[in-house]
Design a protein around this ligand. Structure first.
Ligand SMILES: CCCCCCCCCCCCCC(=O)SCCNC(=O)CCNC(=O)[C@H](O)C(C)(C)COP(=O)(O)OP(=O)(O)OC[C@H]1O[C@@H](n2cnc3c(N)ncnc32)[C@H](O)[C@@H]1OP(=O)(O)O
Length: 221
């Protein structure tokens, strides 16, 4: 099975993922509203109280720092709370891994004002986040899920907010457990005009290293 194919889910798992995604979508709308609001101070203070109430509501059986959520398929699969692809994460655009195009992994997303760097444009660190993720997927797709050990970016043109983006990555060379990966960000409307280009090195940990790094995984090998 390709790491891009979602595994079949039970009804309970499907329902849980659906509920997580619903909360994530509303939290993202809330974050975007919060960074754009012109509401008066008293409304901000009222919203802060409501946010405290929501935090208390959700602070029930929180998972441990390194615990892999039951709803996830790790590595190389669904990660509901990923800050990049996670449908349940208020931090994620979220980026959708859509297709494998001639050996390259392609993801799409649209950045909001919450991801702003220069006014009207995406933060350079957010571009790095998107590329790092899709480049990691390219390694998984090539059969070696790994961790980034080097990431170099060239920012050629600013990344416009509220514009559908296309992030691509492909493994260009493999040396043992090390993969060299090339990635780009463009708009979906002009996929040949590269806005950001990246070269990265990923390392696929050996089974012993993976066990030490991810002790909560059942079979990291
Ligand atoms: C189950 C597996 C799961 C995989 C994870 C899926 C994540 C999915 C999430 C995706 C999210 C997106 C992705 C993320 O966000 S990943 C998060 C960001 N990345 C990290 O946190 C990685 C931090 N680094 C490490 O933990 C260790 O370095 C690792 C574990 C990777 C290797 O450990 P260690 O160093 O002890 O192993 P080794 O001594 O055998 O070296 C191995 C080779 O690597 C070379 N080298 C090492 N470091 C560097 C460096 N800085 N620059 C250049 N090269 C470096 C080294 O020379 C050697 O090469 P060679 O001599 O063989 O040629």
């Amino acid at each position: 099975m390709s790491p891009l194919d979602p595994p079949s889910a039970t009804d309970a798992l499907h329902d849980r993922r659906t509920a997580i995604a619903a909360l994530g979508a509303d939290l993202r709308a809330l974050v975007e509203a919060a960074v754009r609001t012109g509401a008066p101070d008293e409304v901000l203070l009222l919203a802060a109280k409501e946010a405290q109430h929501l935090t208390a509501l959700l602070t029930v059986r929180p998972r441990g720092r390194a615990e892999v959520p039951e709803v996830d398929v790790f590595p190389g699969g669904i990660r509901m709370y990923s800050p990049v692809t996670g449908a349940g994460s208020p931090l994620a655009p979220p980026l959708q891994i859509e297709t494998v195009d001639d050996g390259a992994v392609v993801g799409t997303c649209t950045l909001g004002v919450a991801h702003e760097g220069p006014p009207g444009y995406g933060h350079g660190g957010v571009s790095a986040l998107l590329l790092d993720e899709v480049m990691g997927w390219a390694c998984s797709y090539a059969g070696q899920p790994g961790m980034t050990i080097e990431l170099n970016l060239s920012y050629k043109r600013p990344v416009v907010l509220e514009t559908p983006l296309r992030v691509t990555a492909r493994v260009t060379e493999r040396h043992g457990r090390t993969n060299l990966v090339h990635g780009t960000i463009a708009t979906t409307a002009a996929p040949r005009t590269v806005l950001v280009e990246a070269e990265a090195v990923f390392f696929a940990p050996a089974p012993d290293q993976a066990r030490a790094l991810f002790p909560s995984l059942r079979d990291p090998a």
